[in-house]
Design a protein around this ligand. Structure first.
Ligand code: V47
Length: 366
């Protein structure tokens, strides 16, 4: 596809008009990555300028015992299986103490659907953390975990969220969205809540003042139209709630997953795919969700840096510990010191800005 074929899109982007499904498909099918990237870079500059955000954060995965058994996941274990674990609240406090010492301002706490854990555990973890470290934000529990808790104890999603907010919850991470298309979702996560339900939980969170992120898992069996559809459904909800703070495309890692073991998928996405998805995300969401994250843990340091010229304006953070990608063959380190994040951003010609979870500026590194 040459420049001429993208010309209708160029005009729309210049006029700051919304791109639709057809425009998204044109972009997805184009092999003109440089032009797509240049358009996304233009859109990024128009809305957020040259600042690139990062956060001093620490991921804590509290359990890997899960009933969901998603075919793209290498992280989960069955109860009693080798490698299964659940952290106690004390163990989580120890990890938080280390993160605090290392300068973290955010804890990203995500687990799985573990039937042995009572609701009090989730509340207790947040309230103990919040009491001891009130200055650290608690970005915890995906929409999938929230829906699971509501069902488990028979109360509404809103009540679950209100109780967790009271205990210290700051915001929700964007995990569990995977891919919304019903047919594809049935194959990659048949036991997980539907895409509609995921969006409903997020809408409820936004309605009571809890911001969240949104993600999309790409590079498995989804089609280009699944990608465009997924992003546009997120944009639709954002038009109503304005509650999403960032969009994070998650690069599928195939090692040790059912999708790979069954021979359905042999390879993960290429560098071309990674940059294309970042650019398309920026172009479809621009003006609605203005923070597009290049998650270095999944795309790698080099692509994450280059993605800053393809529409991304956020590079996530220091992370410190990561299990989900690494269980599936992720080869990046688990920790990136702040100084290195700053170096990567500056070296790409951008202005590093340390942010809070809710995108307030902590410090600009000029
Ligand atoms: O929901 C699972 C994905 C997600 C694999 O909100 C996999 O700031 C790749 O949501 N290959 C969890 N991905 C991670 C996540 C996240 C990460 C960083 C920042 C934020 C944020 C959210 O990881 C899961 C699932 O979509 N995942 N298995 C895999 N094999």
């Amino acid at each position: 596809m040459q420049m001429k074929e993208l010309s209708s899109i160029i005009e729309k982007i210049q006029a700051l008009e919304d791109l639709d499904l057809e425009d998204g498909m044109l972009l997805m099918e184009s092999k003109n990555l440089q032009l797509t990237g240049a358009l996304a870079d233009y859109a990024r500059r128009k809305t957020v300028g040259d600042r690139v955000m990062f956060v001093a954060n620490c991921h804590i995965n509290y359990t890997n015992i899960c009933t969901s058994k998603c075919t793209f996941c290498a992280y989960f274990r069955k109860e009693g299986q080798k490698g299964a674990f659940t952290l106690t609240a004390d163990e989580i406090m120890e990890k938080a103490a280390k993160a605090w010492e290392m300068g973290a301002t955010e804890l990203h706490i995500v687990g799985s659907l573990n039937p042995k854990l009572q609701f009090e555990y989730y509340e207790d973890v947040l309230s103990r953390l919040h009491e001891k470290y009130p200055a650290m934000s608690l970005k915890a529990y995906t929409a999938v975990e929230i829906a699971y808790l509501a069902e488990m104890i028979g109360i509404s999603v809103k009540e679950v969220l209100l109780r967790l907010k009271k205990a210290g919850l700051t915001s929700l991470p964007g995990g569990g969205a995977e891919i919304f298309n019903e047919e594809t979702r049935k194959k990659v996560c048949p036991h997980k809540i539907s895409g509609e339900r995921w969006l409903e939980v997020m809408g409820t969170a936004h309605s009571i003042g809890i911001k969240s992120n949104a993600t999309m898992l790409y590079g498995h069996i989804e089609t280009p139209s699944d990608i465009v559809d997924h992003i546009l459904r997120i944009r639709e909800l954002q038009k109503k709630t304005c509650g999403f703070q960032a969009f994070i495309p998650l690069r599928f890692h195939p090692d040790n997953t059912e999708l790979q073991k069954s021979g359905i998928i042999n390879f993960g996405p290429t560098g071309f795919d990674d940059l294309k998805i970042i650019a398309v995300s920026r172009l479809l969401l621009n003006g609605y969700i203005n923070n597009i994250k290049a998650y270095w843990i999944m795309v790698g340091e080099k692509i994450a840096q280059i993605a800053l010229h393809y529409g991304a304006n956020d590079i996530d953070g220091t992370i410190m510990e990561e299990r989900i990608t690494h269980a599936a063959g992720g080869a990046t380190p688990e920790y990136m010191p702040k100084e290195r994040l700053i170096h990567l951003i500056k070296n790409a010609g951008r202005i590093p800005v340390e942010r809070t979870t809710n995108y307030e500026v902590i410090k600009e590194y000029n």
